[in-house]
Ligand binder design. Sequence first.
Ligand code: GLC
Length: 433
Amino acid sequence: MSNSDLDQKAKSILIENDQGGYTVPTKGLYPYQWNWDSVFVALGFATFDQDRAWREIEMLFEGQWRDGMVPHILFRKDDPSYFPGPSVWGTNGGPIPSSGHSQPPVAATVIRELVDTDVTGLAHDRALYRAGALFPKLMQWHRWFLAYRDPDDLGVIAVIHPWESGRDNLPDWDEALRAVEIADIGPYERKDTSHVDPSMRPQKADYDRYLSIMAACRAVDWDPAEVARTCPFFVADPGVTFIFLRANRDLLSLAERLGRDAEAEEIRGWIAKMEAGAKTLWHEGLKAHVAFDERSGKLTDGISSASFLALYAGIRDETTMASLQAHFDRIASKVRYLMPSYDPDHASYEPLRYWRGPVWAMINYMIARGFAEAGDTTRAERLRADTADLIETGGFAEYFSPETGAAAGGGTFSWTSAIWLSWASPTHAEHAA
Ligand code: GLC
């Protein structure tokens, strides 16, 4: 397929996965609205329909809970082909049936992007107006992260479930997950393994624990303070932490443009706290940021693709920059396609199992932005070119093998299409140049 055919194909995937204002990640495997998927999808729509891009994010925020949380899944209509559905989550925190935790907060960053790219006259005013309407909701969501995912004020953000990280099956969760006692969860039937090859999906022992964490949160009625205090899983995640820190910088830029002085001051405080807090995640032996299990007090021992997001978060001191460049080159000498989700030199690395090795397009996009902003356009371009190659050969798959480039997981994936349109496509790169 030529690049312009691929552009067409990417557009048509977004249009086909559109459910009337929100987009499913892919039909079958993921039949609902997912939080960070939708936000990346907005970047894709923005390349041909700005209004539809805003709508995607606005619909996500329709599901915001009374306490400020924006859920990771909105179950707008029941679909028996997905497990665990709304009755297993048993939540009651917002206007739309939903899961009980959040996902990486990329929204403020993408909203800023939508405002920045819509630079002309009337359209820009309209974009700013829509950003203004979302602004208080973003503030509430960010305050929620600080209150309930960093209750001890460490300046890092924890996840209460591997799924909250968006990187569901990452080796970093293994040890903390093993410490979760399996609750009386009764028999259940997974649906994911009937949609895709079970050898690429999490194992049953993991699934039992995923459901046990949910049972523990249900037992406290998903009360956020109680969840933070008692959840058996509470791990500070470099992915969410860096995405949140970055999002705060973009939220600050919006606050300044919207004339929200008090909020701008509040956000500056968050940024300072998180910049200092990020040091908690630094692993001196590995020379990278890793996860930190707040229950056991232990750092994890592997470099994941999120370690590279330090640059995207604006942490660009010499040590971080030099270490990440060295890790980048080392990993590039091991695999053909960057950036594997886990270090290929680590014992837990598996090139095709969910989040234990495969490459995700939207992670590459964020890492590349970080490198580019830090002045390293060579490594940024390498990530873009690899992402484009993977899509040109494997199509708009959920993820890819870093070794062979084989497409894996679900097909006709929305965020892969969106990232192609907004960043990876050579057509786009030519326009941007
Ligand atoms: C998986 C991914 C998660 C994503 C969801 C829908 O659960 O790990 O990040 O949001 O699929 O694509």
